[in-house]
Design a binder for this molecule. Structure first.
Ligand SMILES: [Zn+2]
Ligand SMILES: [Zn+2]
Length: 274
């Protein structure tokens, strides 16, 4: 009974979390500041309402599955089957920080390989195809998965609570981190600066262009947070750096243009090198 109560309590909270992060991003980039950020748009076209509605419906369905798995994890915790610890001082602060980093890095690895598996022809056409119905994703696509994929995606949580001692705050940080990064990946706008994908340090972090290209070209750019596995396995799109810079150069050219002239001149009349 407690488990059902937990699921019913968790579900609206995770829907709110999704609505908050995807909603804020959508409001800023697609409505309020659409004009201002239009030069940072990765694909020129804006997705229609039908696409957004589908992304929302599948995302909410996924969140219901996440809540169900959350209820299952709660039951396991109540019966002492997990390594979740409530007393913060049971482990050191150093361990706490390590556990957050380990969670994120293990999830990044889990995601890459799970994602490659999802692209296996036999699985793809029945399951992962749903996520790829968005060829020009918006933040609402962050959790737009087939229910089976939603279950596999969230399986990392029960795996992690078995694997290592985790404080609920560490789990909470991961939840927020993955939501923000997922929204960023599906944002449709690139906010990182020119040179980000070639800099010795920042190139190891993924970008919105990276995941947008995954939606556009399908068989490349499988990584989640970091560009580690795609580099190791050679699965980055061969034009990743060029396409990232093309988006940034377009932004630079249009942003450098005097404000009055931009208003007076249609963007098509401004010479843009892409
Ligand atoms: Zn995919
Ligand atoms: Zn995606």
């Amino acid at each position: 009974m407690d488990v059902i109560k937990h699921m019913l309590k968790v579900f609206p909270l995770i829907v709110l979390r999704y609505a908050f992060f995807a909603g804020i991003a959508y409001l800023i980039f697609y409505i309020w500041k659409r004009e201002k950020y239009t030069n940072h748009k990765i694909q020129a076209k804006y997705p229609d309402r039908k696409n957004i509605k589908r992304e929302m419906i599948y995302s909410i369905l996924s969140l219901a599955i996440f809540a169900g798995v959350g209820g299952g994890v709660y039951w396991l915790k109540m019966h002492g089957y997990t390594q979740v610890y409530k007393d913060f001082h049971a482990h050191s602060v150093g361990y706490f920080l390590f556990s957050v980093a380990a969670f994120i890095l293990i999830h990044d690895t889990y995601f890459y390989w799970m994602h490659r598996f999802m692209h296996w022809d036999k699985i793809y056409k029945y399951v992962h195809r749903i996520h790829h119905l968005s060829t020009n994703p918006t933040p609402w696509a962050a959790f737009a998965f087939h229910p089976i994929e939603a279950l596999i995606e969230v399986a990392i949580l029960p795996i992690m609570v078995f694997l290592m001692p985790l404080h609920p705050i560490a789990i909470f940080i991961w939840v927020i981190y993955q939501t923000v990064l997922n929204v960023m990946g599906h944002l449709g706008f690139e906010l990182f600066p020119s040179g980000f994908t070639t800099n010795a340090i920042t190139r190891w972090h993924n970008t919105s262009v990276h995941h947008n290209m995954h939606h556009k070209y399908v068989r490349c750019n499988y990584g989640l947070y970091y560009n580690i596995w795609d580099r190791i396995m050679g699965t980055n799109h061969e034009q990743y750096d060029e396409q990232f810079e093309a988006v940034k150069q377009k932004a630079a050219v249009l942003n450098d243009y005097p404000q009055e002239a931009t208003v007076a001149t249609a963007p098509s009349e401004v010479s843009v090198s892409q």
